[in-house]
Ligand binder design. Structure first.
Ligand code: ASP
Length: 593
């Protein structure tokens, strides 16, 4: 029987000088096609690389004709002989640059329609066009590299766990709806009219149940679904490395993660990470960097201005301090090629105001004294301000006052972030850190009750057990976040494994016993049967890959993401369904008004 098509014997990235003289078949796409009279140069591309195919000017008429009819992105098979390029034609930028393939036969395997964009290293088409033709966007070598990088990272993670006692266990994707935090995606049941499954926001409860079952070390690369409004760089579905362990304390989880990331970064990037990552309490991270996910690739620390601001004649400062508020400052360093113009200071102020600051005060260190901005309120204390802040000529002291410590920190933190980027202070590399000792509860102003800062299954620190109800705001939890280069990479906690304590937390979060029994009955039931102490964590795979790929959006490391409006322009989902499908599901659509 005749072969359907000429199948490749080598890839477009594999041939070297040592292959000279071999007859090979290549399959791939026409990346570039240049004609010099009867001489054709075809760059043939596949996922492994690019090879130059040459149709010599003395080639047969048939071959000349075949070459002449090629167009960009045609999928072809080429049979030919590997030959060395003349010395002056060697291309050191191409892995296959020492050779070319002298074509003897070219078959078109399939033709290509008019392309919506060029298939290049990076695709500069607008995002919706890229996503509409995602399969073509994925042909671009930038996307090819990132998808392969993601594979390497996930492979390294799995290899790490396979060397240990961890078991990889799948948990269901059709589960009971237990809304907490984000909104659940619901799946109507056809068999049970009026009932629904939910897609998991994370395998949280199932991994805790696995601990009750005795699988004391569990991991899974899990898909998670959250029906949130599109905002920032979020996706409706994402992937996390889900981990849970029994009989552990916080530091056991932290050490495991340090070891895992050390291993993965060495394997994938040949980067040696420190054996232990820096630890900052939530309070110190906020107080010093104005963020609970600080970018530690640069310093620019924030400080308390109370010692000198209290003595100024600036009411905004003195009154804030008298009423127990905070005044903090940052010293923006003199930087070559960068002027602290009023316009620029105005931009920094705008950044601060987004986080609640009423304004951004400033003064310049100049000629051994301070001038401009609020300096006039420090008359007679110029040298005290300079020595307290350490500001040198050309530096600018930036200050925020706010009654609310957190707002003071986050708004000056936003200024810090802007400065870090604008002044080019961000060093290359990877700065991991742990944020620990988070508050267990946050007050939901809109709904007027306390809620879990992470999730409701996290253990309060022992010293707060007696004051949970009387002073929820001061309770610290056994929670931890792993931060990398200013991104929250993972969150986790030591969990509650006591029914009564779990119910107390539910009640504080405005979930009375009847409701918690209804929603979380299966967990509370399981906790009646000797649950072991346990804890875990879940690093986000999309974000990890994004940071390692040096990209700004997780879409760049997801093969088929949704767009910023949470739609897929490629398959046009979400889409209406047929009446028959709705009938089967016992659903009637309420038309939006
Ligand atoms: N399930 C949590 C989350 O998705 C992570 C954890 O606590 O392990 O954020």
């Amino acid at each position: 029987m005749e072969e359907a098509f000429m199948q490749r014997t080598a890839t477009c990235g594999s041939l070297r000088a040592a292959d000279e003289g071999k007859t090979v078949v290549l399959n791939g796409w026409v990346h570039r096609d240049r004609n010099h009279g009867a001489l054709h140069f075809i760059n043939l591309r596949d996922r492994y690389g690019m090879t130059q195919v040459v149709v010599d000017d003395d080639a047969s008429e048939e071959l000349q004709k075949a070459a002449g009819e090629l167009k960009l992105e045609y999928c072809i098979a080429v049979k030919g002989i590997v030959r060395r390029r003349p010395d002056d034609m060697i291309n050191p930028d191409m892995a296959t640059g020492e050779i070319e393939v002298k074509a003897e036969r070219i078959d078109v395997l399939s033709k290509c329609d008019v392309l919506p964009f060029m298939i290049d290293e990076e695709n500069n088409a607008r995002e919706d066009l890229r996503l509409k033709y995602r399969y073509l966007d994925l042909r671009c070598s930038g996307m090819q590299k990132r998808i392969a990088l993601r594979h390497e990272i996930v492979k390294a993670i799995r290899e790490y766990f396979y060397k240990t006692d961890f078991l990889e266990i799948e948990t269901p994707t059709l589960i009971r709806s237990t809304p907490e935090g984000a909104r659940d995606f619901l799946v109507p049941s056809r068999i049970y009219p009026g009932k629904f499954f939910a897609l998991p926001q994370s395998p949280q409860l199932y991994k805790q149940l696995l601990m009750v079952s005795g699988f004391d070390k569990y991991f899974q690369i899990a898909r998670c679904y959250r029906d949130e409004d599109p905002r920032g760089d979020r996706q409706l579905e994402f992937t996390q490395l889900d981990i849970e362990m029994s009989y552990v304390k916080r530091d056991d989880v932290l050490s495991l993660m340090e070891d895992l990331f050390g291993d993965v970064f060495k394997k994938v990037l040949n980067v040696t990470l420190p054996a232990h990552f820096r630890r900052l309490s939530y309070h110190d991270a906020m107080n010093t960097y104005g963020s609970d996910k600080p970018d530690l690739r640069f310093g620019l620390e924030m400080h308390d201005a109370a010692s000198f601001a209290a003595k100024s004649t600036f009411n905004a400062f003195t009154e804030t301090l008298q009423n127990g508020g905070s005044v903090k400052y940052i010293v923006a360093p003199k930087t070559e090629g960068h002027d602290y113009t009023r316009k620029y200071l105005g931009e920094l102020e705008t950044a601060a105001k987004i986080y609640g600051a009423h304004g951004l005060a400033w003064m310049k260190a100049e000629n051994g004294t301070i001038s401009g901005g609020v300096s006039k309120f420090f008359a007679g204390m110029e040298s005290e301000v300079l020595s307290a802040t350490g500001a040198k000529d050309g530096d600018v002291i930036l200050l925020v006052a706010h009654q609310d410590w957190k707002k003071c920190c986050t708004s000056l933190g936003a200024v810090r972030s802007r400065l870090g980027a604008d002044l080019g202070l961000i060093k290359e590399g990877y700065e991991f850190c742990w944020i620990i000792d988070f508050p267990l509860f946050e007050y939901n102003e809109d709904e007027g009750h306390w809620e879990a800062a992470h999730h409701m299954f996290s253990m309060p620190q022992a010293e707060y057990l007696d004051t949970l109800e009387s002073d929820p705001g001061s309770v610290k939890g056994d929670l931890y976040d792993l931060v990398l280069n200013g991104y929250e990479l993972a969150s986790g906690s030591i969990r509650i494994h006591d029914v009564e304590l779990q119910k107390r937390i539910f009640r504080i979060c405005n979930i009375p016993d009847e409701v918690s029994k209804e929603r979380f009955g299966f967990l509370l039931d399981a906790f009646r049967f000797s649950p072991p102490p346990h804890g875990g964590i879940a690093p986000g795979i999309d974000r990890l890959c994004m940071i390692v790929a040096n990209e700004q959006s997780i879409k760049e490391v997801i093969a088929f993401p949704k767009n910023t409006a949470a739609l897929s322009p490629m398959d046009d989902s979400p889409s209406p369904v047929e009446e028959k499908q709705l009938d089967e599901l016992h659903l009637i659509i309420k038309k939006p008004e």
